[in-house]
Design a binder for this molecule. Structure first.
Ligand code: O7M
Length: 407
């Protein structure tokens, strides 16, 4: 079972009680959300490597063996091989040990290989951080499936994610340090990570399954809202209705990779049912290999007015990047603005000025505060998703992280 490049939570199984580990594995099998289990050395040392298969059977989830392998190529390969044979779908090794070790484990071809690029603890800044950019480049070029970046240092996640994804658009990024080490759920995902790793905040919680589900739900994801064809239609409908309601005029609708890609297609289809028949396209992530003409998929023409669609907006940086690419491809391209499902209301004045500079008007279907206010103490399918505690945390987050002018 390979890990997919999608948003989710990796639950760190660092507890030492085997029975409890198996109980949580069984609980996670039916939990709401996209979960993966990472087995660390504390549990493996207590229970033996056989615990991997037991947890896999109990949870039916992908299993990562986090041995943080850091030995010579021959030994690293043997450790990884034993872990795969015991049921691991992926293994974690240290990138700093060098490309020969990384290649040796990769050539086993037995499962995903994930390398630690930079770590969450302060000591990581002493020796690892100065080399992290080079480590990132090396592991991405070696064709590994995943990298570990520190959620506790969001700027580092952003920079390093850019480096690895420039080399390899399909690599997934996992980021530990959530809650107990100080990062908030979503901090790393907003900055380009795919999975966030959570250990103590789940396995030390009074109700670990509930804690896992709650943390998952804090990580907003439109993909979740579009899980089935019917749900995707509802989402497309909401976008299309908003376009009509606002009277946005455009010739071409562009989806920002990745979430904007299905959105552009679905919204264009939905609008065509209302006789609004427009061209649509999306970013090609591996553009460099194809040159300027291959930077997008879709037919953009000189003089087009472009509407950009995406799932959420945080700083707007990726939208500006997308717009500049489109504007440089054809003559006289004009902007009809950006439409997102959710405005996280986290844009600073500088971010807003940046959008204004390129005449990129921002439209959203919902604002994050509206969502929380709507869900607050409201029961949906027998469950209250935002109770007083979560509302309090949200307000605190908002006060702490959202630029002053927004509050
Ligand atoms: O949520 P916690 O703090 O209880 O656990 C964090 C987990 O992430 C734990 O399993 C650590 O080994 C791991 N981790 C870090 O905390 N920091 C890092 O820099 C790297 C990792 C990690 O997962 O590396 C693979």
């Amino acid at each position: 079972m390979r890990l997919k490049k999608e948003k989710g939570i990796i639950v760190a199984f660092d507890m030492e009680d085997t029975e409890f580990a198996l109980e949580l594995a069984r609980d996670l099998r039916g939990a709401r959300g996209n979960f993966v289990i990472k087995v660390g050395r504390p549990l493996e040392m207590r229970a033996g490597i056989g615990i991997l298969a037991q947890i896999k059977d109990a949870s039916e989830l992908p299993i990562i063996y986090d041995g943080k392998i850091a030995d010579i190529p021959y030994i690293s390969q043997r450790i990884a091989s034993s872990a795969y044979d015991a049921g691991a779908d992926a293994v974690i090794l240290h990138g700093f040990v060098g490309s020969d070790v990384v290649k040796a484990v990769k050539t086993l071809g037995k499962g995903d290989v994930i390398a630690v690029v930079e770590m969450t603890h302060p000591g990581s800044d002493e020796f690892i951080q100065p080399a992290a950019e080079r480590i990132a480049m090396m592991v991405a070029r070696t064709g590994l499936e995943g990298v570990v970046l520190p959620a506790t240092k969001p700027e580092r996640v952003k920079n390093l994610a850019r480096i690895v994804q420039r080399e390899n658009a399909y690599i997934y990024i996992i980021a530990p340090g959530i809650k107990t080490q100080g990062a908030s759920p979503g901090d790393a995902i907003v900055n380009g990570a795919d999975y966030e790793v959570v250990g103590r905040a789940i396995y030390n919680a009074e109700e670990p399954k509930l804690a896992a589900e709650t943390i998952y739900s804090e990580v907003m994801d439109i993909a979740d809202a579009m899980r089935t064809g019917g749900d995707a239609m509802k989402v497309a409908n909401a976008y299309a209705a908003r376009i009509k309601e606002l009277g946005i005029e455009f010739d071409y609708i562009h989806g920002v990779a990745y979430k904007g890609i299905p959105l552009a297609a679905l919204v264009a289809m939905r609008l065509s049912e209302w006789e609004i028949n427009k061209r649509w396209g999306y970013d090609r992530k591996e553009e460099k290999r194809y040159g300027e003409e291959g930077a997008i998929v879709g037919e953009l023409r000189d003089g087009d007015t472009v509407l950009i669609v995406d799932d959420v907006i945080t700083t707007g940086a990726t939208k500006v990047e997308s717009w500049l690419k489109l504007a440089s491809m054809r003559r006289d391209v004009k902007s009809a603005g950006i439409l997102v499902a959710v405005d996280r209301e986290e844009m600073s004045d500088a971010d807003k000025k940046m959008l204004a500079r390129y005449h990129l008007s921002l439209y959203s279907i919902l604002k994050i505060t509206e969502i929380f206010e709507f869900l607050h103490n409201r029961e949906i399918d027998g469950k209250v998703y935002v109770d007083d505690g979560m509302m309090h945390d949200f307000k605190q987050y908002f006060r702490q992280y959202v630029p002053e002018t927004q509050c």
